[in-house]
Design a protein around this ligand. Structure first.
Ligand code: NAD
Ligand code: UDP
Length: 311
């Protein structure tokens, strides 16, 4: 297949490009580098089945030739960016999704939207099944991301219903691994960066809030399975192992041998109290199950950051 990956120079997008190339596909990565980096795809330079286009998908998208699939991952994703670049987030979720859907329609290509567990907001149903409509504050700081992704899901379904575009929606839960930016602001790079410098880990609130962390190779495998399936309804992909942020910090201190301990900082507004995917649909429809355990995935991620932080 000839596949366009928007956000292809980002953390997940670059791993997806690697996987698609390994599967024998031709890949075009499109990215404006607002939170991504060409470092993530530098190893692909010279691969004749790979091409990079520097472009902002909120502007009209032109791709010459045939396309079999459009995988739309372009969007900043760190809560730090919700304060820093909220309008860019709203634009890429709305205008960017509109443009990429129009492209998929014009090329008769399959379309996959990278949505998020944030569509469930601060969930009142636990664990979260795809049938849950969510609990989102539209005017809060996280609203720019949550509502952009909810709009993106809505317009994806509209193109499916009105223009018969062959669409897929993946709801991604917290994913981590090599190629996250050290200064990205999300909990995994923050904690590992702090631990490798011997500093205390900054736990927000009392650390009782929970998350479920999925290693990037597992996520990418679920994404490819969904693309190749016939499933148009949303599918959660994430690791159902749920941990409190306090326990997570203790685990990272243990795995890195950090004696710096933990410091507590104020909890950001609307920070979801609990998050765990119900992956029944992924299991039954895609035969998907995460393979990489938390400590194994963290060890690989710690190695990546250790190498990057060496002077
Ligand atoms: P990332 O910031 O590393 O990657 C996003 C990429 O999109 C970056 O390379 C960025 O430069 C690019 N981008 C942003 N706006 C763009 C625009 N207007 N035009 C072109 N490119 C643009 O983040 P990530 O963690 O790899 O996230 C990838 C996707 O997965 C996002 O859509 C995100 O919402 C979704 N997601 C990620 C997670 C996670 O835990 N990592 C969880 C849920 C959903
Ligand atoms: N968090 C934390 N310390 C940090 C960064 C994040 O305690 O240095 C917490 C954050 O408040 C949230 C969880 O870790 O409860 C996951 O945060 P992240 O930014 O990775 O993404 P989220 O799941 O909130 O979108």
């Amino acid at each position: 297949m000839r596949i366009l990956v928007t956000g292809g120079a980002g953390f997940i997008g670059s791993h997806l490009c690697d996987r698609l190339l390994a599967d024998g596909h031709e890949v075009i990565a499109m990215d404006n580098l607002i939170t991504g980096s060409t470092d993530n795809i530098a190893h692909l330079a010279g691969n004749r089945r790979f091409k990079f286009i520097h472009h902002d998908v909120t502007d009209y998208i032109y791709v010459p030739g045939r396309l079999d699939a459009v995988m739309h991952l372009a969007s900043p994703a760190s809560p730090v960016d919700f304060d820093r670049i909220p309008i860019q987030i709203l634009k890429v979720g709305s205008l960017g999704t509109h443009n990429t859907l129009g492209l998929a329609w014009g090329k008769a290509a399959r379309f996959l939207l990278a949505s998020t567990s944030e569509v469930y907001g601060d969930p009142l149903v636990h664990p979260q099944p795809e049938s849950y409509w969510g609990n989102v504050n539209p005017i809060g700081v996280r609203g720019v991301y949550d509502e952009a992704k909810r709009f993106a899901e809505a317009i994806t379904m509209a193109y499916h219903r009105i223009h018969a575009v062959d669409t897929r929606i993946i709801r991604i839960f917290n994913t981590y691994g090599p190629r996250m930016r050290l200064d990205d602001g999300r909990v995994v790079p923050n904690f590992i960066g702090q631990a490798l410098q011997g500093r205390p880990l900054t736990v927000y609130g009392d650390g009782g809030q929970t998350r479920s962390f999925c290693y990037v190779s597992d996520l990418v495998d679920g994404m490819v399975r969904l693309l190749m399936s016939d499933e148009t309804g949303p599918v959660n992909i994430g690791n159902p192992l749920e941990v409190s942020i306090r326990t997570f910090a203790e685990t990272i201190n243990r795995l890195t041998g950090n004696a710096g301990g933990i410091v507590y900082r104020p909890l950001p507004a609307d920070d979801p109290k609990q998050r765990r995917p119900d992956i029944t649909r992924a299991r039954t429809l895609l035969g998907w199950e995460p393979q990489v355990g938390l400590e194994d995935g963290l060890a690989r991620t710690i190695e990546y950051f250790r190498a990057r932080m060496q002077p």
